[in-house]
Design a protein around this ligand. Structure first.
Ligand code: NAP
Length: 243
């Protein structure tokens, strides 16, 4: 399917998968509104500030996107994060709220607000994670968030069945973005460690999956794509070269 002339809204557009997807969409001739809190870092046709944990901010964001685009052909719910790698016995209310409100409530909220503006033959995509398919240690709340997101997407697919709207989730494994720096709260040494001795996915690898799902013929719905580094079999098992 040719994407030229379509419109798209991408959350988490200031970095990582979101930024890479905005680039590829624009290369394909799509007019893109990108959203994130660090709006100055967004390289899109229109960059709008949004905090997906805040209802009013999301209302303004979707209204601004619709005003700029007229209608939405592609909605990519990608904003998300993990906080910490510690056993659940060390969990705290702040991290729990941020992880759940961003990954789960944020995607649900943006979908609810954008859905009335989604054109027929539109496509809603989500960034899940392999953490939403199989648990790994010291990540219980992030695992819960991504499982919850998968449940929401399954429910959404049921409720939109019969409408000409496609729904896809991309579930990546280890990928080199700012995700790790955010997870380890700015500790650069800790953030580097997950990538040592292994070649992780890149943001472009994930953006390629988004573009693949989007460009299938309209009768084809890519429900879920799971993408991992070659040396990774699960969230908890990565073969590392001796360094
Ligand atoms: P990233 O480089 O840190 O990008 C995360 C994006 O989410 C940023 O643009 C950030 O923008 C945005 N974001 C975070 N909180 C937000 C909020 N409250 N409101 C609006 N935007 C917010 O990480 P990434 O790897 O590309 O992550 C994208 C998605 O992939 C996330 O859902 C993540 O859980 C998932 N994922 C990542 C990996 C991995 O290994 N990297 C693997 C599987 C799944 P601002 O900070 O500017 O707001």
């Amino acid at each position: 399917m040719d994407l030229a002339g379509k419109t798209a809204v991408v959350t988490g557009a200031s970095s990582g998968f979101g930024a890479a997807t905005v680039r590829k969409l624009r290369d394909a001739g799509v007019r893109v509104v990108g959203g994130a809190r660090r709006v100055e870092r967004i390289d899109a046709d229109v960059a709008l500030c949004v905090d997906v944990t805040d209802e009013d901010s999301c209302v303004d964001f979707v209204a601004g996107a619709v005003e700029a685009l007229g209608g939405i052909d592609v909605l990519y719910n990608n904003a998300g994060l993990a906080l910490g790698r510690y056993p659940f016995t060390e969990s705290n209310p702040g991290d729990e709220a941020t992880v759940l409100h961003t990954n789960v409530d944020g995607a649900i909220r943006i979908t609810r607000l954008a859905l009335p503006h989604l054109r027929d033959e539109g496509h809603i995509l989500f960034t899940g994670s392999i953490a939403g398919r199989q648990a790994y240690e010291n990540a219980a709340v992030y695992v819960a968030a991504k499982f919850a997101l998968r449940g929401f997407v399954y429910g959404l697919r049921e409720d939109l069945l019969g409408r000409p709207i496609r729904i896809s989730t991309i579930d990546p494994g280890l990928a080199r973005t700012e995700f790790s720096l955010v997870r380890f709260k700015g500790d650069e040494a800790a953030a580097r460690a997950p990538y040592e001795g292994v070649e992780p996915l890149t943001a472009d690898d994930v953006a390629d999956c988004v573009l693949f799902a989007l460009t299938r013929p309209l009768h084809v719905n890519i429900d879920e794509m799971v993408i991992k580094a070659l040396a990774q079999s699960s969230g908890g098992r990565i073969l590392r070269r001796e360094t």
